[in-house]
Design a protein around this ligand. Structure first.
Ligand SMILES: [Zn+2]
Ligand SMILES: [Zn+2]
Length: 413
């Protein structure tokens, strides 16, 4: 229903003899938020959200204008969604077909699921499996009418500091719906990037500079702090913005963290900024500042950018893909950044590190290859060429029925 040939507004509907289970219902944030294809709330029996990122969760409240259907996710996903959707309503409420009240109604229908916990809904059965993407992220395994379907959501088979890499489920599947964000490339070796990143910070600190790490509030900020902690970086670290609330949620759900003790140590040794006085002190006294947004589009990172960008001993280390058109992309391409509506040439060192929470090409291929039962493959959640090329690969190499669907396409399993 959405997220076909694109990243954003993911949604898949599973219809089994009139039982309708909706898997994700995301939003594509742009000037105007875009949603997946329409389905009436009364035609949906239940909704499963794979993880909290808005491209999977942001549209779900619109099913709670008049209806109260059950809604399923892991507790971490529920809590993080609460923060992200509240923020989205604050920022783009005008464009949304729902208000905070609908989100509150939705949370009243909340059913928290542990991984593996089975749910029966009319003639469908489903459970969640760890997707390795961010803490609490899940794949959905659905059994109905003698068929088994796997929806990967966002997938990472590589182990990161926060998450154990996802495993290929052992059962046989008749169909899989898989993401393809990085179907066109392999990431660099994780250990190697970690070392490069930490060494680069050390070099800046050695020259008495400071480092800004703009990072997404959910997952990436915590991952970067954990990388520094794991490599025993001696530096005064601060974290800012929405990442602070996410820290709390992760601390409250140790079961969903790969190494809860190490994570607690990381957070306890990082200062959380509580206001402007804190921030002004931090830019003078601390060494590394981790702050959203990850693409330098607003958020407290803008404050640090303003304070650090004009001195060459400082550095800005970008740690995620920078969508064209964002402040971060412009900075990487041109070396310029807009501060107080003025284009200024950034003197601080700018570098990009390829940390990712999605598997790269070989990870996706190995995952599909590993699924038993000759499943049909539906590739979504990627740029058009990535969706097409992964489907093509599954046809050519594995001789599977594979397609990169368009919005509104229906398939029979
Ligand atoms: Zn995601
Ligand atoms: Zn996604």
């Amino acid at each position: 229903m959405g997220g076909t040939h694109e990243v954003g507004r993911n949604a898949v509907l599973v219809d089994s003899n009139g039982s309708n289970l909706l898997l994700d219902y995301g939003v594509k944030i742009g000037e105007k938020p875009q949603f997946p294809g329409h389905i009436r709330a009364k035609d949906v029996d239940g909704i499963v959200v794979s993880h909290a990122h808005l491209d999977h969760s942001g549209g779900v409240p619109q099913f709670y204008l008049r209806e109260a259907k059950p809604f399923f996710a892991t507790p971490v996903t529920m809590e993080v969604m609460r923060i992200l959707i509240r923020d989205m309503i604050k920022l783009s409420g005008y464009w949304l077909p729902f208000e905070y009240i609908e989100f509150e109604t939705m949370l009243k229908q909340r059913h928290d699921l542990a991984y593996g916990e089975p749910v029966k809904m009319k003639n469908l059965e489903f459970n969640l499996l760890d997707a390795g993407h961010i803490p609490g992220s899940a794949m959905v395994e659905i059994t109905t009418g003698g068929k088994r379907i796997l929806y990967t959501g966002d997938l990472n088979t590589d182990t990161t500091r926060l998450c154990q890499g996802a495993k290929v489920p052992r059962k046989r599947f008749d169909a899989i719906v898989i993401e393809s964000t990085y179907a066109n490339k392999d990431h660099e070796d994780r250990k190697k990037i970690e070392v490069e990143f930490v060494d680069a910070i050390k070099a800046v600190l050695h020259d008495e500079g400071k480092v800004l790490v703009p990072a997404f509030a959910v997952g990436r900020s915590q991952e970067m702090l954990s990388v520094m902690q794991a490599h025993k970086l001696k530096a005064n670290r601060v974290v800012d913005g929405m990442a602070r609330s996410v820290n709390r949620i992760y601390m409250d759900h140790p079961d969903f963290m790969r190494t809860p003790q190490a994570f607690a140590k990381t957070i306890n040794s990082t200062r959380e900024m509580t206001g402007w006085r804190d921030r002004r002190t931090a830019v003078r006294r601390s060494d590394v500042m981790v702050a959203p947004s990850g693409m330098l589009q607003g958020g407290t990172a803008m404050f640090y950018m303003e304070k650090l960008a004009l001195r060459e001993e400082n550095a800005v280390f970008l740690v995620s893909f920078q969508v064209p058109g964002t402040g971060g992309a412009k900075l990487m391409e041109t070396g310029f950044f807009t501060i107080k509506e003025m284009d200024v040439e950034v003197k601080a060192k700018v570098r990009h590190f390829d940390f990712s929470s999605h598997c790269g090409r070989s990870g996706l291929e190995a995952f599909i290859r590993g699924v038993k039962g000759k499943p049909d493959v539906y590739v979504v959640h990627g740029e058009p060429e990535n969706c097409e090329s992964l489907a093509q690969w599954a046809r050519d190499e594995l001789d599977l029925n594979a397609a990169a669907p368009n919005e509104g396409d229906e398939f029979k399993v």
